[in-house]
Design a protein around this ligand. Structure first.
Ligand code: ZN
Length: 245
């Protein structure tokens, strides 16, 4: 779905713990730059490829992947994308996320499950095992890292907004010219309502609240949420409401 000039929200069908759902990576195209933000679950390469081509963009032109964070639904198909595109794709994330994506440290959600292993349901134990095996076998190199406030020179300027909470190095991306926020998992849309990601899914609740306050200082018309898609109704007002708890 085209959101603005050069900015597309992809819609990838997925099954989240037995529930059919849609996840929304973002595609940014600016001259010879083709940037994918987040890479879906493991095994979704063909769906991602199809979604990119569906926007009239050639998949082989993809030359940059930005990861909002380390969770499996965001880094899942990164290694297969990199395998497929031998021409060189630059991978970027916040500096705090690098060790997890590269497999140097156990990802935070896996580590959290590990601490509660004895009290987990069989279903959750199975998910833990699958995630552990996935991360052990699918680490990818992060070529460059971001720090807070860094600007990328595409689409008139994209600001990296460091928004820890959901994970230690979560980022959102703000496209000033279009007043678009690519929210990753800092926000989601549920039943047409913009909400914060469920606290149980956050690594650090307090940090996620202060990150919301930080987001609320930006002038935002459109939010692209990875879970739930587009939100554009009185957006600034809604984000301020959420930030004030
Ligand atoms: Zn997610």
């Amino acid at each position: 779905m085209r959101i603005a000039h050069g900015i597309y929200m992809l819609e990838i069908s997925a099954n989240i713990m037995g529930t059919p759902s849609i996840i929304n990576p973002t595609l940014i195209v600016d001259n010879d730059m083709v940037i994918l933000i987040d890479t879906g679950f493991p095994g979704q390469l063909s769906k991602i490829k199809e979604a990119i081509e569906g926007e009239g963009v050639s998949f082989v032109k993809l030359n940059m992947v930005i990861l909002t964070h380390q969770d499996i639904d965001h880094v899942g198909s990164l290694s297969s994308i990199l395998e497929e595109l031998t021409s060189g794709v630059e991978v970027l994330s916040h500096e705090e996320e690098r060790v997890y994506i590269q497999g140097d440290k156990l990802p935070v959600k896996v580590a959290q499950l590990k601490t509660h292993l004895s009290s987990l349901s069989n279903e959750m134990k199975e998910i833990y095992e699958k995630m552990k095996i996935f991360y052990a076998n699918n680490s990818s190199n992060v070529d460059r890292t971001f720090s807070d406030g860094q600007e990328l020179p595409y689409c008139g300027g994209i600001t990296i907004v460091y928004t820890p909470g959901h994970t230690p190095g979560h980022i959102c991306l703000y496209i000033k010219h279009h007043k678009i926020l690519i929210a990753g998992d800092a926000l989601q849309v549920q039943g047409g309502v913009l909400i914060q990601a469920p606290q149980a899914s956050n690594f650090d609740t307090n940090l996620s609240m202060s990150s919301l306050k930080k987001i609320s200082e930006y002038d935002i018309e459109t939010v692209i949420c990875y879970h739930g898609g587009i939100y554009k109704v009185d957006t600034n007002k809604r984000i301020k409401e959420l930030a004030n708890g």
